[in-house]
Design a protein around this ligand. Sequence first.
Ligand code: SF4
Ligand code: SF4
Ligand code: SF4
Ligand code: FES
Length: 941
Amino acid sequence: MSKVRQVDLGTPAVPGGATVNVVVDGMPVNVPAGTSVMRAAATAGVDIPRLCATDSLEAFGSCRLCLVEVDGRPGTPASCTTPCTPGMTVRTQTPKLEKLRRGVMELYISDHPLDCLTCPANGDCELQDMAGVVGLRDVRYGLDGANHLDGATDDSNPYFSFDDSKCIACSRCVRACSEVQGTFALTISGRGFDSRVSAGAGESFMGSECVSCGACVQACPTSTLQEKSVIELGVPTRSVKTTCAYCGVGCSFIAEMRGDEVVRMVPDKDGGANAGHSCVKGRFAWGYATHRDRQLEPMIRERITDPWRAVSWDEAISYAAQGLQRIQAEHGIGAIGGITSSRCTNEEVFLVQKMIRAAFGNNNVDTCARVCHSPTGYGLKQTFGTSAGTQDFESVDHADVVVVIGANPTDGHPVFASRLKKALRAGAELVVIDPRRIDLVRSPHVEAAEHLQLQPGTNVAIVNALAHVVVAEGLVDRAFVAERCEADSFAEWEAFIAQEENSPESTAGITGVPADAVRRAARLYATAGNAAIYYGLGVTEHSQGSTMVMGMANLAMATGNIGRTGVGVNPLRGQNNVQGSCDMGSFPHELPGYRHVSDPAVRAIFEAVWGTTIDPEPGLRIPNMFDAAIDGRYLGMFIQGEDIAQSDPNVAHVKAALGALELLVVQDLFLNETAKFAHVFLPGTSFLEKDGTFTNAERRINRVRPVMAPKSGKQEWQVACELATAMGYPMDYAQSSEIMDEIAATTPSFAGVSFARLDAEGSLQWPCNDAAPHGTRIMHVDGFVRGKGHFVDTPFVPTDERTNRKFPLILTTGRILSQYNVGAQTRRTPNVLWHHEDVVEIHEHDAETRGIRTGDSVTITSRVGETVLRAKVSDRMPQGVVYTTFHYPGSGANVVTTEYSDWATNCPEYKVTAVELAPTSRVPVTDDEMHAEHQPVAGRS
Ligand code: SF4
Ligand code: SF4
Ligand code: SF4
Ligand code: FES
């Protein structure tokens, strides 16, 4: 069996500093002071038997298997809970210890089913291993005494089962749930012999607070907690390291396989972003990749009302190429373009933008980052000089105050949330700025010092008020500003922000947040020591999204909270590769590395490598593409892995644009909403088939390795090559590493990146070049990338989207833990058990005045559209604000969102839509009904 068993040193590492020398079984070893004897022994290559210890959890000392003898000390201390002291001499194998350990094991085995040969964990069970290690040959106590062998099995969770009869009450699961995940769903109830694991107050796992992260399953040394996929398929026989394809945390996983079937995904302890943890999506929700809905054959049709016709790759590609060329011949070079996908690898995205620039001959390329984090790119570039977050995730461990703005990490970025909660439990303070009472505001052992529950659309007023307090109360870090920032722009900003209109008292009427709460939050942030800002789409998806990003950057610079560990301004990126798709030149005005197409020196670099000329004029942004399509000026489009007919705002407008195209080429896994308007469908690859890299929110470039061959027969980058070639611009690579080599050769921040380096170092955070050969954890340490930090005045301008008598409520949108964005992946997994339809959350008072109760169908009407959802009366909502998710096409949340957008980047204002809710007898459209709407495929049932 070649399954990778991850190295486990028994107890967690102790941070560096002073070291001590000890001798274990005659071998000298030097370890940081405070290291356990167990870990020191493992470092020296000596494995001490253990059951309750694992290096992802604090030592607990309950199983008594890891006993050792220490010269000069009485007794046999547990090595997992005994720290090394200078000069200590330890013996791990003596007749006395062996006898003691056999005695302990005998007790465990006497209360354990003897079904090893048929147990799903056979060959992968620490209890079984330890029985062998201690040389257990005989169990003197029969099974006829009191035991737990009739313990019940809890199969309620769709992904793992809990078999109480096999539990040895080691508490690793309980500690994993509290220490690693931070959910505190499990407890050990009872004492002594009666000690049993229970989820919540004796509920089933599904009925408890459990969020199905799987940390307990991973920690369990027996098959008590076991993945159902392992029970069904057997233990894995090979493994491949790869990267999660869901969110921007970018967790590293070991895909454990049998043949080309995934048995389970195990978070990689060496993963730079996740250090061995994961959420329910990455660990369990990968079944979509082999779902029967996958469309694996290329298809074409002349009109969108025709049935699809499955064709060969060659026919599909030549049909697409000829159609695109015909449109250009008849309507001009600029009449076609494309959208790259943040779900795809850097290499795939790089080639699609290259295809558009070199083969299409224009810059009509944009990406789904347009609708999420484009203001981050703009705002951070203006102020700091780089369109990316400043820190690695580990940095949050060193923060004294964390401000979370417009983000819901426990749902959207769960593994980062676990890390954040750990920092909060260790004493960091939390400020939450969000209209909703998200879980972080109050959850087990976590309570925000301040929750500024502002009205949607008033972020800029709040950040200005915070900065006003900093300036007015003398909390500016003058030394930092003088040394690191522009004097002129700071002076101008200081005068602007000091104006009375920016004071908490003046803005309270706009934001709805009491002035004293704002003052307390500002003082906390400015005087913390290390204060860090983490933010999400609740910042960017506003008409002043870019302004708000710059407002946060101003605040960080004014208080000196930038350029070291524990501080910074950090976007929590939505999609797995949204950072990468931006880095790779997916914007119509920027070539890879955020360099403007109008710069002849930059164009010359690419023109030399690509052997073509590049249009110096920026191309169309996504909303401009829609407008141009409706005007008849833009008629052909290539869409790589994005369901814009569900994800983009004002769906009616999007559909009108798609319907106006003469040729739409969609490359995707499934026949999605957008594909209803397509003439050519090119099957895509899932992350399990891809070969390339993703870049996460920390700028961390992670390898995505194929665990199986592409089910469609082609990698997506090969398809881009073939389409470009068919259009007269030959593109050819032998393997995807060559694409990364081209990226590195043309893009300074990637100069030191190659697949070989990534394989050797695990991951690299850009910039990675001669100046930073091993990448860059923290940005702007000695100076800002742009030189001096630039302050920008950020006057608050209310959005044009206003409530009125007809639309008196504000609708805001977001994600939920178990589902992902448009749900194309998660809806095709058992995750639907947690969230099978989108619901609209409403404050009790707003519900009562409209006669709405939980479970009622309601219409949501805005000035652009109407949809029907079920209501949920929720105390998370402030009065006047309603909230929903957009994971189901039937719910059509984006039918009601408007075309208002960020002034600088056109990022849609998803977070503010004036609506009215009313009870209705209509029922929400179900997923199945949406499915049934799909056009037939000729020759397929
Ligand atoms: S799956 Fe995660 S949340 Fe659920 S009990 Fe296990 S560790 Fe806790
Ligand atoms: S379920 Fe597993 S990890 Fe939890 S106490 Fe039982 S044996 Fe230990
Ligand atoms: S936190 Fe994000 S990257 Fe990590 S496992 Fe979950 S979805 Fe995947
Ligand atoms: S491993 Fe040390 S007491 Fe269990």
